[in-house]
Design a protein around this ligand. Structure first.
Ligand SMILES: *[C@@H]1O[C@H](CO)[C@@H](O)[C@H](O)[C@H]1NC(C)=O
Ligand SMILES: *[C@@H]1O[C@H](CO)[C@@H](O)[C@H](O)[C@H]1NC(C)=O
Ligand SMILES: *[C@@H]1O[C@H](CO)[C@@H](O)[C@H](O)[C@H]1NC(C)=O
Ligand SMILES: *[C@@H]1O[C@H](CO)[C@@H](O)[C@H](O)[C@H]1NC(C)=O
Length: 463
């Protein structure tokens, strides 16, 4: 399973595939999870009778008063990244059936009284969207149940009333990939829920306890309440406002001027620094005469796109003057700790892959170095980890591997198109590119060339 960009919007080649880049581990935890928040109130009881609902059973009234809709619903399905709905009024969410009832909706239209959407911000990737549970938004008309013979189902009765807005999202999708979690969920959650200043109830479909535990610092910074596991909850929670689906703009980014709250990647990074108590806001050039060394964190990969001669690479970086912190996948998983490690560094470097998204934790003016594997991958690599760098207040450099710096020579002769004409491989389709260049090679740095690059890098981050 992997991502593909179907859209040609960002460039030309089939290449817009990009952050595909990491194998997706499907969720394995299919056991129902116990809801984490405590439930007050009674278990759901049978829905109110039509008369109780509308008041038309009041013996003192002969004719029911006209019923004015109390809820409003607006949806936007024209965004490229995600479908979103916002609503206010009398909203009742039943987790287990993934249904949001918009009670007595002034915006009710019979033709769209039932709206379905998958609350995950990668709408254009059909395959991953299938991994995301569909949420139903069910509107009832203002006069539901009043007219004789009206068979409109009545909304369920509230068992828990909350006085804060609800935000419904999914912890499914590419949920083991740090780049995707940041791009598809965390930045969109910030865009959607941060404005409530913590007074917001997050509700997750495809609820994964490990995901919730891993990102607990961010979740706690967004909401004062534990995330509700919608999938297992048979309670009906009622809210005065709700949003289903998350606002999203672009890969690892926020487009300035689009967010009604004026959010930017600068403000997002302030939020992240606060969530993880990161102390360094700004990296200043290190003085060469101070005896202090600039710190470089090297993100190591253990499956595809490994740095085969990583010990030599670390030695070369150390000789160039850096204090090197090597981080393998076990190190990067603990975000509370690793965010602090990255924040203490002046440079983050690694072969193209999700781990580069840890750049979010760097102080402003630090440098990101992307090592691009062989195979004309410059454009797609820049799309995911080059273009997002400058808007974060960081500097970007890349080191593009040559034909002499890949393990592909173990599989293909040097006169093969893989070496002589990589673009012809691109023209054969995405699967070929994926299998050969993305998933089929490791990088072997030419240490002499790499050392020259590191010397220049050292000069650029010191004075
Ligand atoms: C329902 O449909 C009407 C017109 O057909 C449209 O104006 C309205 O925006 C739709 N509502 C939602 C929530 O999509
Ligand atoms: C819906 O989203 C599109 C694309 O982001 C945006 O241009 C448009 O203004 C939005 N429409 C509404 C009614 O908010
Ligand atoms: C492949 O290239 C690497 C790096 O240039 C080199 O170390 C290795 O010996 C080569 N392997 C083969 C089978 O030619
Ligand atoms: C940012 O880094 C560059 C290069 O090291 C340096 O010239 C510049 O002064 C730094 N800016 C700040 C505000 O520290």
């Amino acid at each position: 399973m992997r991502g593909r960009h179907k859209s040609k919007k960002h460039g030309g080649a089939l290449w817009l595939l990009v952050p595909l880049l990491v194998l997706i581990v499907l969720k394995t935890n299919l056991l129902p999870q116990v809801a984490r928040s405590s439930i007050v109130g009674s278990p759901p009881s049978a829905a109110l009778s039509r008369n109780e609902m509308t008041g038309s059973g009041d013996a003192t009234k002969d004719v029911a008063a006209p019923i004015v809709g109390s809820s409003k619903l607006t949806c936007n399905f024209s965004n490229h990244q995600s479908n979103t709905c916002a609503m206010e009024g009398d909203l009742r969410i039943h987790g287990k059936s993934a249904t949001v009832h918009v009670v007595s909706a002034s915006t009710y239209q019979p033709e769209n009284s039932t709206i379905k959407l998958r609350p995950y911000a990668r709408k254009w990737e059909d395959q991953v969207m299938l991994l995301v549970r569909e949420v139903t938004i069910q509107s009832s008309p203002p006069a539901a149940g009043v007219a004789a013979g009206d068979t409109t189902p009545l909304p369920p009765e509230c068992s828990v009333q909350q006085d804060v807005p609800a935000v419904v999202f999914s912890t499914g999708g590419y949920n083991r990939n740090f780049f995707h979690v940041m791009t598809d969920v965390i930045i969109p959650l910030y865009l959607t829920a941060h404005e409530y200043g913590g007074r917001v109830q997050l509700l997750a479909t495809d609820y994964e306890p490990k995901w919730i535990a891993k990102y607990k610092a961010v979740l706690a910074a967004l909401s004062a309440y534990p995330v509700v596991d919608m999938d297992s909850e048979d309670t009906v929670r009622c809210f005065p406002a709700a949003r289903v689906g998350l606002e999203s703009h672009k890969e690892l980014g926020i487009v300035p001027g689009v967010s009604p709250n004026g959010y930017t990647m600068g403000s997002f990074r302030d939020f992240i620094r606060s969530a993880y108590s990161l102390r360094r806001r700004q990296a200043a050039p290190v003085s060469r005469s101070s005896g202090r060394k600039p710190r470089l964190v090297l993100i190591l990969r253990r499956n595809s796109r490994q740095l085969k001669n990583e010990a030599d690479a670390i030695a070369a970086a150390t000789e160039a003057g850096f204090e090197v912190v090597a981080a393998d996948p076990d190190d990067v998983g603990d975000l509370e700790r690793f965010s602090g490690v990255v924040n203490s560094c002046d440079v983050l470097m690694g072969v193209h892959g999700a781990g580069l998204a840890n750049m979010l934790f760097l102080p402003d003016n630090a440098t990101v170095v992307q090592i691009i594997p062989w195979g004309e991958l410059k454009w797609p690599c820049r799309h995911s980890f080059g273009d997002p760098v400058a808007p974060m207040g960081l500097r970007y450099l890349e080191y593009e591997a040559t034909a002499a710096e890949t393990t592909l020579n173990e599989t293909y002769p040097r006169d093969h198109a893989v070496f002589t004409d990589p673009l012809s491989i691109h023209r054969q389709g995405f699967d070929k590119v994926w299998n050969i260049f993305i998933n089929g090679q490791h990088v072997i740095l030419d240490i002499k060339r790499f050392r020259g690059f590191m010397d220049e890098l050292y000069q650029s981050v010191t004075t």
